[in-house]
Design a protein around this ligand. Structure first.
Ligand SMILES: [Fe+2]
Ligand SMILES: [Fe+2]
Length: 293
């Protein structure tokens, strides 16, 4: 077949993302990490923890509101997942991309299970501590879930950068909120959730860095472009989002949104130095016999 017979769609198709070997490697690390980190929502909100630890009266107004907002964000999962599946199962993608996308679903399904655990544990926490009744909370969750979630990126690499920033934002926010609340049981729950978010962030960081190891400057530029437009997860979906966001910030004053971008850029920078050092160690022994003192 001459080059003129290649269908235009294939000429224009972006390169496969991520590389197969990179995905295998990062997936292995994530799934093994997840196996070790497993926890149950039921263990955290059981009768014993409620009796010994829970002090919901110590939460101020903003913190109660923030916990609810966090729950709404986590509970957007059904919309999130269906959008993710829509993008990754697009029939116009080349076969090679479909093969990689199927492999990536091994990550997605575990990840989604962990995010679902976050919504579940917060829902049980709020109702069992008496912060809100179950019917009331269910109505509010239903209302917040109803707005359709539209994934802002069609290209998988940009989408993964966006997700990496989201995961880092939730990790840093849960860590800050755990530090700033004076309610022991919520601290424990947020610490568990934060550890999951850190692990999700690590998956995306490693995947993006390893895939772009040949040109990390290009990756930094792509991250800047996505970060410029980055908002907290489901920002456009929540009712009275500005008020909810304000409460979130009041509830956890030690959270700094700019730290999210800085953290990801630092990870890329560190990887660049590591690759540089590794390439020097690889080259030096071979060069040694030829270099005169
Ligand atoms: Fe989460
Ligand atoms: Fe997460």
């Amino acid at each position: 077949m001459s080059v003129f017979e290649i269908p235009p769609a294939e000429i224009l198709a972006p390169p496969i993302f991520p590389e197969r070997e990179v995905l295998d490697e990062v997936l292995y690390d994530y799934l093994r990490r997840s196996d070790r980190m497993g926890w149950s929502a039921y263990d955290l909100v059981d009768a014993e923890h409620m009796r010994d630890l829970a002090r919901p009266e110590r939460l101020n107004e903003a913190q109660r509101a923030a916990v609810k907002t966090v729950l709404f964000v986590e509970d957007h999962l059904p919309g999130y997942l269906s959008e993710y599946l829509r993008v990754t199962t697009n029939p116009n993608l080349p076969d090679a991309q479909h093969i990689v996308n199927r492999q990536a679903l091994h990550y997605t399904f575990r990840w989604v299970a962990e995010e679902d655990r976050h919504a579940h544990v917060l829902e049980m926490y709020m109702t069992k501590t008496g912060l809100i009744t179950r019917p009331e909370l269910e109505q509010e969750m239903l209302r917040e879930r109803k707005t359709a979630y539209t994934f802002p990126y069609e290209q998988l690499e940009e989408a993964f950068i966006y997700l990496a920033l989201q995961e880092k934002a939730t990790h840093l926010y849960y860590r800050a909120l755990a530090k700033d609340v004076d309610e022991p049981l919520l601290k424990v729950i947020l610490t568990k959730m934060g550890a999951d978010e850190a692990s999700h962030g690590k998956f995306f960081y490693e995947l993006l860095i390893k895939h772009n190891r040949g040109d990390l400057d290009l990756l930094s530029r792509k991250i800047s472009a996505v970060a410029n437009d980055f908002k907290m997860p489901v920002q456009n979906n929540l009712l009275n989002y500005r008020r909810q966001l304000l409460n979130m910030m009041r509830a956890a004053p030690s959270y700094k949104h700019t730290d999210v971008f800085a953290d990801m850029m630092r990870a890329v920078e560190k990887a660049g130095q590591q690759y540089h050092r590794d390439s020097l160690t690889l080259i030096t022994p071979d060069l040694a016999p030829f270099v005169k003192e």
